[in-house]
Every structure is written in structure tokens, then in C-alpha cells.
Design a protein around this ligand. Structure first.
Ligand SMILES: [Zn+2]
Length: 355
């Protein structure tokens, strides 16, 4: 009888460190320094499985004020499912440390890191950080997941953004099991563009808002990453909960802008359906003597909204994703949310690990 071939896992090198099979290490890649000469490193946790497999990076805080992904990554690392994996998981909770310290989306030179890829060794601080992240982390992986939130004062429904042209990216997007998959064009200079140019399928997850944790988005992010790892055969099939429904898939979205300056009030929440002609909010002056309706321009569901009631004419108010059947889409999203909160998967205080 022919013997089954055993493929041995090799040691993995990253940031000048050698990670042996079956071990986990924290790796720091020196990037720069703060003005007081304190080190500014790119810190990551590397789990290198005993058996070979895919190499997945998960990263957060590319926009320095988008903190939700830090908690998502902490919970993924705390899960018992990631203790013994096939392949390699590289988790980077804080990519843009400068921005995080300043509570800012940007780098101190006011550049957007997610418009600075692939970067260069001799460029601006954003270009240098992009270049190091791409060469030291992304280029060593087979797949990636980049975690984001809405920008300041904007709250996003948990959603995956990806192009639909690559089969592998779409397969991962479907397996992630977020309530919504939004087709989105690749932005020039984004991490997703740079990774895809290297042939590394990369998902962008959006959920929650800047400078806040959002429990629904955290749970959707953790469950989604574990499902993708299961699809990539990094963790055993059937160990993490499968998404019970099919996500709402939308080919495009558009921000509904404010028709007037004033104070916004609305009962329209994330996941709600809107129909063309619906009054979904009202804007008044503070004394209530003048009021203007905010009217939906097409059928869809709300996947993002402003959290700030003080609005100027032209401000983005509601991000509405086009869907063919808004009633069904709303029911699907409600079911997803109920499912995420069905059983208390993670107890924040006892640190009960995920399955
Ligand atoms: Zn972002």
C-alpha cells in the first residue's frame, strides 16, 4: 500500500525572526521613531502552524482612528480555534500607530495610508510605512483581510467590500458571512489594490465607527475571519458557526446628501429599507420654524449613516446600497444581527474564549 506523503512545515521568517512550526511569536518591525525618539514599531502576532497551509494576514487601524479592528483581532487571537492552525496567521492590530496616537485617520504628514500603497523606501512617512507593510507582511501571505470602520461620525453596517471579478476574492467574501457584500471599485493607492497586484486576494471589512467599539461589527468581524480561515482550511471545517443566511449583495451604493443646513432627526437606522420618495429624515433650524424633508432617491437599504445631528447642506447623511428587493434585504440583515447576538459567544469580563 502506498504510504501517504507527509508534507513538513518549514520555519517561517518575518521581520528578521525565525518562527518554528507549531509556535507563536510577537514580532516587531522597526519603522521609525516618535519625535522623542521612542521606537515606532510595527507589532504583530505570528501563529505558525505545525502543518503547512495558507498564510493569512489580518490588519487593522490603517486609518489611525478606526479602532474596532483592534478588538476583532484580539478576540481572534484569544479564540481556541487559532491555537492550532494549518498554515500561518499574521495579525497586526495597529498599522498606523502615528494616527492612532493622534486619534486621526491620517499620518502626521496628513497623508492617507490607504492611498499611499505601494509606497517607497525614500518617500513620505506614509509611503515608507506602506512599503514596509507591503514587503514585510503582505508579500509573505497568500490572502488578507483589512479591517476598517466608518470615518469620524459615520457608522457603518458590517459589510465586505470587494470587486466581483476575481473568483477567489468572491469565494472568501461569501464565506466571511457579513450581512452585506458591496461591490466596490479598487481605490488607487489602497492596500487592497497593492495586494491584488501581487496576486493576493484581500477583503476589506467595514463595520462600526471611528474611535468607538461597535459590538455587532466586532462580532461580525471575528466570526467572519474564523469562517474565512475555515474556508482556507486553516482551521477544521465545522468548528466555527456557519453564516445561516446568504448575505445581501449590492452592486453599488450612494450617499444621500443633506438638502439644507440645520439639525437632523431621523428614525432610519442601519439595515433599514428605504423606498424612492420615502421621507427618511427631517432637518430643522433649532427653533423648529423651518423644516426640510430628506427624501430617498432610489430603493435600497441603509448601510452607513452620519451620527452627527448638526449638518451642512451637502453633507453625506445616509449611505444607501441599491438592492433589487429591499424588504427581503432588511429581513436578511435583521436575521444576521439576531444570529450574532443569539448566544453570548464571548464574555468580555471572564475572557471566555470563542469556540
Ligand atoms: Zn478606513
Amino acid at each position: 500500500m502506498e504510504k501517504k506523503k507527509t508534507i513538513n512545515q518549514k520555519a517561517f521568517e518575518i521581520g528578521g525572526k525565525i518562527i518554528n512550526p507549531g509556535s507563536t511569536q510577537t514580532v516587531s518591525v522597526a519603522l521609525s521613531m516618535l519625535p522623542n525618539h521612542a521606537a515606532f514599531d510595527l507589532d504583530m502576532r505570528v501563529i505558525h502552524g505545525l502543518k503547512p497551509g495558507k498564510r493569512l494576514f489580518i490588519c487593522a487601524t490603517i486609518h489611525g482612528d478606526e479602532l474596532n479592528g483592534i478588538e476583532i483581532i484580539r478576540r481572534v487571537l484569544a479564540s481556541s480555534l487559532t491555537k492550532h492552525i494549518h498554515g500561518t496567521l499574521i495579525a497586526i492590530p495597529i498599522v498606523n500607530l502615528f494616527g492612532m496616537l493622534l486619534h486621526s485617520r491620517y499620518l502626521p504628514d496628513r497623508r492617507d495610508l490607504n492611498r499611499s500603497f505601494p509606497g517607497s523606501e525614500a518617500g513620505s512617512s506614509a509611503a515608507q510605512l506602506a512599503n514596509t507593510f507591503l514587503t514585510e507582511v503582505v508579500a509573505k501571505c497568500t490572502h488578507g483581510i483589512d479591517l476598517h470602520t466608518g470615518s469620524n461620525n459615520r457608522l457603518n453596517l458590517p459589510q465586505i467590500r470587494c470587486g466581483f471579478e476575481h473568483d477567489e476574492t468572491l469565494r472568501l467574501a461569501l464565506s466571511f458571512g457579513a450581512p452585506v457584500i458591496l461591490k466596490s471599485k479598487i481605490r488607487e493607492g489602497s492596500l487592497r489594490e497593492a495586494a491584488e497586484n501581487l496576486g493576493i486576494p484581500t477583503l476589506t471589512f467595514e463595520g462600526g465607527e471611528a474611535l468607538r467599539f461597535n459590538e455587532f461589527a466586532v462580532r461580525a468581524g471575528v466570526a467572519g475571519i474564523l469562517r474565512v480561515m475555515s474556508t482556507l482550511k486553516m482551521i477544521p471545517a465545522g468548528k466555527c458557526s456557519a453564516a445561516k443566511g446568504s448575505p445581501v449583495i449590492s452592486p453599488s451604493s450612494r450617499w444621500l446628501r443633506s438638502p439644507m443646513t440645520g439639525v437632523l432627526r431621523s428614525a432610519c437606522w442601519l439595515g433599514d429599507k428605504v423606498l424612492k420618495g420615502d421621507v427618511i429624515a427631517k432637518i430643522s433650524d433649532p427653533l423648529g420654524t423651518t423644516t426640510t424633508d430628506v427624501v430617498a432617491l432610489f430603493d435600497g437599504i441603509v448601510i452607513g449613516r452620519t451620527q452627527n445631528p448638526l449638518v451642512y447642506k451637502g453633507d453625506a447623511l445616509f449611505n444607501i446600497a441599491w438592492v433589487s428587493d429591499p424588504t427581503r434585504a432588511q429581513a436578511t440583515i435583521e436575521a444576521f444581527e439576531e444570529e450574532e447576538f443569539e448566544e453570548d459567544q464571548f464574555n468580555l469580563f471572564t475572557e471566555t474564549p470563542l469556540p
